[in-house]
Design a protein around this ligand. Structure first.
Ligand code: GLY
Length: 298
């Protein structure tokens, strides 16, 4: 865990709890660093945590190496339906979309929903809201990559970011193409507060990736929030992630990133890899790792 001082920003992003194929290591590393740079620019300019999270996730939604936006997993009908969520720790507002189609940046649609009464729109309603609110619409094929057509195994990784701005405000976000081969209309943990994400200025913020059904059944983001003050963000995530196989079976894996209200950054995973990049003000060069083992080796 990396401590940060009061009044200084902190940012962590992830590119999904997953196995990273040989040859894709550098694309994952570059991708999370690029996302971190986008979020960092917002925070260094005095911007809000919620804007930094959106900026970071938008970058990863455009990179085909990640299962979000372009490069999303294909469902059982061969189509792309995406989920994204954004939570603002200042007032506990949530904007989230589920099974949304034809948008380039689901996280931007989630952000637009932050000011509305509704916290979650799904399917046709979500796509309609996106159109009516000026979201960038794309043909479904624009989100499909050849690599995803060839990869119909049950992958379920997600991208995410958690930020603290100079005002001490926290935000957390997620974006995902969901589970490959899943039923049409399936929604996992990512857009659900208390499951795939949560942020509260009094506690911290957290963003999950992994086996969405199991993360949701265990309400893992809520568990991390409950443990964060006492245990610190990293130990709270470790405890949460260790629960996955006990409920979802031996293959249930995941990972999460978090920042607590004092600016401490933590992350942990039980997936084979978890591409993460993080930085905080005054903390030197940004770090990027493809897993905890790598962080421990450096
Ligand atoms: N964790 C993302 C999903 O299962 O949809």
């Amino acid at each position: 865990m990396t401590p940060a001082s009061e009044g200084r920003w902190a940012l962590i992003v992830h590119g999904g709890a997953k196995a990273i194929e040989p040859g894709e290591e550098e694309a994952n590393r570059r991708g999370v660093l690029q996302a971190l740079a986008a979020g960092r620019a917002v925070l260094e300019g005095g911007g809000a945590a919620v804007d930094a999270v959106e900026a970071a996730i938008r970058v990863m939604e455009d990179l085909p190496v990640f299962n979000a936006g372009r490069g999303s997993a294909l469902n059982e009908a061969g189509g792309v339906e995406m989920c994204a969520g954004l939570m603002d720790g200042r007032d506990l507002s949530v904007g989230a979309v589920g099974a949304i189609r034809n948008v380039r940046h689901p996280i931007a649609v989630a952000k637009r929903l932050l000011g509305e009464k509704e916290i979650l729109l799904v399917g046709e309603g979500a796509t309609l809201f996106a159109k009516e609110n000026g979201a960038e619409m794309v043909a479904g094929e624009a989100l499909v990559t050849e690599a995803r057509k060839a990869a119909l195994e049950a992958m379920h990784d997600t991208v995410g970011a958690v930020a603290m701005d100079r005002g001490g405000n926290l935000a957390a976000g997620t974006s995902t193409g969901g589970l490959a081969g899943a039923k049409v209309g399936r929604i996992g943990d990512s857009p659900l507060p208390g499951n795939g994400l949560y942020a509260d200025n009094h506690v911290g913020g957290v963003s999950f990736s992994g086996d969405g059904e199991t993360i949701a059944r265990l309400a893992l983001a809520a568990r991390v929030m409950a443990g964060m003050a006492e245990q610190g963000p990293e130990a709270a995530i470790r405890d949460a992630v260790e629960r996955l196989p006990g409920t979802g079976g031996a293959g249930a894996d995941g990972g999460a990133i978090a920042i607590d209200r004092t600016g401490r950054i933590g992350w942990a995973h039980n997936s084979p890899a978890f591409a993460v990049a993080y930085a905080n003000e005054g903390g030197g060069e940004p770090r990027a790792c493809l897993g905890k083992d790598e962080e421990a080796r450096d």
